[in-house]
Design a protein around this ligand. Structure first.
Ligand code: PAF
Length: 284
């Protein structure tokens, strides 16, 4: 496995793979890798000849400077994990290598057909603009056949599908396939997340209630309306000291608009566990 830190090194390796007719899988990450990321990389290794993993804490998708500063970083550990599961190249640029000063402060606004106006988009203005800025740059540099994203960030996945399949940019991505992969959970149900590293042991225990409550709401949904379940889940999580719901919305899986019933619905939650903002979701 090779670690590449410049766009030039990256595009040279991509060109060599393309010349040899190899298929390319890309797994974009912000590092602090865990088993959730490992599942994406393993799937990419199984389905492509060559796998590139990017490890880049993208400053343009953070609207909170403190969150950016505190985001866990450990390239050495990440590289060891990636090598052990068969990734071929790690692309780990600096922000200055990735963006010009102008791009770093870009105010260009992408059109997401409203997918960015709800939930995470409402709470973190500009976040998805930054995500699409970096992801489209990575797609342009790596020209992958397949790109892998976790379903934990469900809204992000919906927006990337929109960008590649329906947006004005879609022709620039060729036949690229976006592959969504299921959430990986600890044995106690907590969704794997780089942010879990910031939880104390007692907060980790508290956080397991999030999935427990989401899961039990699937059963309750058989006898209640969408809005009742939203309220029940919110109240049940808020009743636990140390947890505070920012939003719980049951939305249509494709449009992300409020669901009218449970037929194509996903419930998306953001919860503060102490100072750490956790997200999770459940399919109905
Ligand atoms: O999901 C993430 O880790 C990031 O949003 C991504 C897709 C790597 C873009 O920085």
């Amino acid at each position: 496995m090779q670690i590449l830190s410049t766009k030039l090194e990256l595009t040279q390796q991509v060109a060599a793979c393309k010349r040899q007719g190899k298929t390319i899988g890309l797994v974009p990450t912000m590092g602090a890798l865990h088993e959730g990321h490992a599942s994406l990389v393993k799937k990419a290794v199984a389905e492509n000849d060559v796998v590139f993993v990017s490890v880049f804490v993208n400053p343009t998708q953070f609207n909170n400077k403190e969150d950016l500063a505190k985001y866990p970083r450990n390239l050495e550990r990440d590289a060891q994990l990636l090598e052990s599961i068969g990734a071929h190249f790690v692309f780990a640029p600096t922000p200055e290598e990735m963006y010009t000063a102008e791009e770093m402060n870009s105010t260009f606004v992408y059109d997401f057909e409203g997918l960015d106006k709800v939930m995470e988009g409402k709470m973190r203005p500009g976040h998805f603009n930054g995500v699409v800025q970096v992801v489209s740059r990575l797609f342009y540099l790596v020209q992958p056949d397949r790109a892998y994203f976790g379903e934990k960030d469900y809204q992000q996945l919906a927006i990337i599908h929109q960008m590649v399949e329906r947006s004005a940019l879609k022709d620039t991505f060729g036949d690229l396939k976006i592959i969504g992969c299921p959430i990986v959970r600890q044995a106690d149900g907590l969704a794997m997340s780089s942010r879990n590293e910031r939880l104390s042991e007692s907060e980790k225990k508290l956080a397991t209630n999030i999935y427990r409550i989401l899961k039990s709401s699937v059963e309750s949904a058989k006898n209640a309306s969408v809005r009742e379940i939203e309220q029940q889940v919110t109240d049940a999580i808020n009743a636990i000291e140390g947890l505070e719901v920012e939003y719980y919305e049951i939305v249509d899986k494709t449009t992300l608009l409020p669901a009218k019933d449970f037929s194509n619905a996903i419930g998306c939650v953001t919860v503060y566990c102490g100072p750490v903002r956790l997200i999770d979701n459940i399919m109905y």
